[in-house]
Structures are given as C-alpha cells and as structure tokens.
Design a protein around this ligand. Sequence first.
Ligand code: 5GP
Length: 142
Amino acid sequence: MPSYDQNNIFAKILRGELPAHKVFENQKAFAFLDIMPRAPGHTLVLPKAPVRTILDIGPEDLADLMKATQTIARAAMIVFAADGLTIQQFNEPAGGQVVFHLHIHVIPRKNGVALKPPASFKEDPAVLADQARRLAAALKGV
Ligand code: 5GP
C-alpha cells in the first residue's frame, strides 16, 4: 500500500495550513464539517496521528478515534434533531477513499431523507460556519 502523504488536504487542515469548520479537538482527534455534506451536519473525525487508512492506526489511537466519533455522534443527534446516524469509513481508492488521511464520516439522518450523492453539493460557507458553531458549542467541555 502507498505510504502516508504529508501534503494531503486533511494533513494541511490538521497543521492549520488550510481552513476548516472545526467542531471538536482533543489530544488525539480532530473533527470538522465536510464541505460537500451528504446531509446537514456531515462531520469528519480524524486521528491526529499521520495514518492513511484504518490498516495503519495503532489500537490506542483507534480507540481514541472511536470515542471521539461517539462523542460527536451524540452531540450531532441533538444539534441536528436527527432521527438516526450513518457512520462511514473508506479505505484506499478501491474502498471509496478520496482523501488519504484516515477519517470517519458522521452523518445525521432524518426519517425518509436520502443521502445526497458523494461530492454532489458544495455547502454555503455561512451555513457551515453556523452549523459548526452550534455543534462546537454542544461539544464544549466534553
Ligand atoms: P473519503 O475520502 O472518505 O471518500 O471522503 C473525503 C471527504 O472529504 C468527502 O466527503 C469530501 O466531501 C470531503 N472533502 C474533500 N475536500 C475537503 C476539504 O477541503 N475540506 C473539507 N472540510 N472536506 C473535504
């Protein structure tokens, strides 16, 4: 498998070299809104460790990533008045991965509302800013 590329988009976001609508950060994990959400509140949760796929991450970092994912999922249910959640994670191009820093998709769902196709719709930055502010507020102090 290819090695980790330090210049992938999410590595640049983690280093603060590119902007993102951040919602959560702790010692091991970082989360921000997807710029092409498949539903309102679509959030990406990343390990800070430089890993390409789920095959590469150590067990402790993986546990921390999943804990952060659950924390964000619980907050997203409330903030986006969701009826459920879709959690997705893709590995390598064959698995549907497009950005090669491991990440988990947390997508709030409403009954009867289909997901938008991947990368089909770029959200208004003002909408993302408002959603990120509300989700970050719900996650403050957790
Ligand atoms: P995957 O690699 O799991 O297939 O998906 C990558 C995800 O990253 C997609 O849902 C896409 O919309 C999102 N994405 C791609 N580029 C950017 C970016 O520059 N900023 C943010 N916030 N999301 C991005």
